[in-house]
Design a protein around this ligand. Sequence first.
Ligand SMILES: [Zn+2]
Length: 111
Amino acid sequence: MKKLYSANNLIEAQMILYLLEHAYIRAKVLNTHAQGGVGEIPFTHTYPEIWIVHDDDLEKARSIIDAYENTPIEVGYVHCPACGEQNPRNFQLCWQCGEGLEIAHLKLDGT
Ligand SMILES: [Zn+2]
């Protein structure tokens, strides 16, 4: 297990988790607020952390994080083709169900 990333919130943590799963990288979110009483959670660690299960995946996972962080934040929303949830336009996967949003982007482009 290696720590990959500290997310700003649970939604972001979930997003990154889905991105990693899409690349067949096993990861876990730790230090979430919901984990009351499980293990010892240091008081200072209030942000959800993404941990890679297999250390060998770290380099690949970091490149995914790089791509995620370098994605320009666009104004606007896109609706998930699977569950209809509204997602920020720069999201690649639905934060709620994990469905790929590329399909929705393609439809917007008319291709
Ligand atoms: Zn969805």
